[in-house]
Structure formats: structure tokens, C-alpha cells
Design a protein around this ligand. Sequence first.
Ligand code: ZN
Length: 371
Amino acid sequence: MRTLIRDVRVFDGEQTTTRTDVLIDGDRIAEPDGRPADVLVDGTGRTLLPGLIDAHTHTFDGNLAQALEFGVTTELDMFCLPANLSRQRALAAERDDVADIRSSGVLATAPGGHPSQLMSALGDALGDAAGPFDTVATADQAAAFVAARRAEGADYLKVVVDDGTVHGADLPVLAPEVVAALVEAAHAAGLAVIAHAITAAEVEIALDAGVDGLAHVWVDAGPGTADLAERVAAQGVFVVSTLVYFEVISGQAGADHALPGSGTGAVRVASALRAAGVPLLAGTDSTPFAPIHGESLHRELVLLTEAGLTPEEALAAATSVPARHFGLSDRGRVAPGLRADLVLVDGDPTHDITATRSIVDVWRRGVRQSR
Ligand SMILES: [Zn+2]
């Protein structure tokens, strides 16, 4: 099957070409060769984007299909129990009407640490996707914990440094030497490490340990924000934004979410990270509840522009930048030879970011989704 998209504006993941043709040949993007195509798509007034990548999700049954409807062709899951993970992986491998997935598998946290409280609260709603999971109490358990994640097929390690303050709770947390031991064990096993740390003090612990990325911005913006952002940049650490997650939790009243200013704090921190030159990756922390899979990534892109990213920078944060930092060399750009994971929208999101919601077509592995 050959599909030719004609006269279309293309944001290729890094830059924009105003009017060109793009050929989809089977499951790949190809150079137009002048031979006839089976399907012609009119690109006039439209923009072709690489399939979107959400760099922070929690993926349960139904979520990969939901994500693809909104143009998200790859989800980077940040905590998945083994039975659920093998189910989602099988789905993504067998079907073209769901998003693809990469995952940390079980995250590393202290016994009783975040997010154990959420897993027990949500247990009934999540079935076998919730339940007890491995934790780490001491540094000498780090290597065995990492080996178990590798055996489960984890693509990277997620480590939680969160004492519960932002959630209005007081939770057990990994000691700094345990975080450092986990990073050392993961790197020895060839896994990158992404830390959940949501205050400046927690981010310092993660940076001391030598993590590769942060799964969130921190939310307690203050006088030290610019200096900490410089340190993140100097260590070559990337940051997944999740501004929509902080917007959602700061909008919820109640003791569970004790930091009402966290939404605006998060935007200010993202702004400082951008100024420091830190690679920002768009992520939502979407769950089966809120933020919503797929849909919320479009809100994240708007919030990134409120943090000072240009529309093109925001689009890169959801395409080429996460692909580069997660080693997904087959996607994230519109270029010959790459997977035909593509989104066609009406209008020009390189000038008006809200146009990403005006989806006309989505292709995953070259398969056009019925809309
Ligand atoms: Zn999360």
C-alpha cells in the first residue's frame, strides 16, 4: 500500500517545510518516487507531524487505543505491574489501532512509599493491574531489584524520590544512598534512570545520584530555581514536563493535594529549564482517570508554550526530543526510512499550537486509522 500526501506543510520533528509531498510505502516513510500511489491525500491547508510521543503515562486496558485517537503513537509508561505490562506489550505488537508502548515496569520506591497509597486506594478499579509490588529498603537490594526489572523486560528504570509533601502526606522515601545504588545498578545493566522528584530538594537527591532524566518538573519554584535548572543542564539531564498533571492536581481541593500553587509553580520551573537549555520532553502523567490519555498531551503542548517554548519547540518536545532521549531512532521525525507514525492536522500548529487538536488523519506503522 502506497499513500501520497500532497502539498502539505511538514513539521519534521525539528523544522518546518511549507509545501511538499510525503510518501508512505507500507509501514515506512519513503522519498516520493513519481510512481503511482494507491491513495492520495490532499494536504492543502494542513500540517503533517510525526506521531506524538507522551513521555510519561500510566497505561492500563483501553488506554493505548484512546491515545492513538488523539495522535499519540507512542506512550512511555512510568510504572506498570508485570501482568498488565505483558498484556499492553502484546496489544501494541499485534495491532495497528493502538499506540506503541515502552515501560519502566515496576518502579523503585521505599516499602510503603509513593505511589503505594494510590495503588491501594485504586486497587478495586484497576483489578490485576494494581496489587502488591516489589520495593527497595536498603542499598544492598538495588542490584537484585534492577535484575528483576530487566527480567521483566523494562526499557528503563524509574526511581521515586518523594516524601509525600506535595500530596499532603508523610510517606517513607528511599534514602539518598539507596537512590545512588539503584542508579549504579541500572547503569551497570545498561538501563537509563528516570527519577520522580517533585520538590527542589528531591531533585538535588536525584541529581546527586546521577540520574539521566526527571519524570516531572519540580513545583516549589523559588529563588534557587534558576541555579537548579543550570545544574540540571550541566549534568545533561532531560526533564519530562507533566504540566497538565500539576494543573489537574492543583485544581483539586482536599488534603490529598496540599500544594494549590503547584500548577503555576510547575510552569515557572519549566520556563527556567528552557532558559537553561535543558531538553524538555512533553509528558502528561495520564492515568485511566485524569489526566486523560492522548487528549491531555494537547493541553500539555499549550502549557509548554505558556512556559515560553515556541510552538515548534513544543512540537519537538512531543516528537524528536523524546525519541532521541529514549533511544527510539525509528520514530519521532518525518524522514525517509522511519516508521510511518504520522498525524495530519488542519491548520498550522507551528504558529497556533491549538491546531494539534484538529486531527484529520492518524497513521500508525503506515496504517491509516478510520475516523
Ligand atoms: Zn507518573
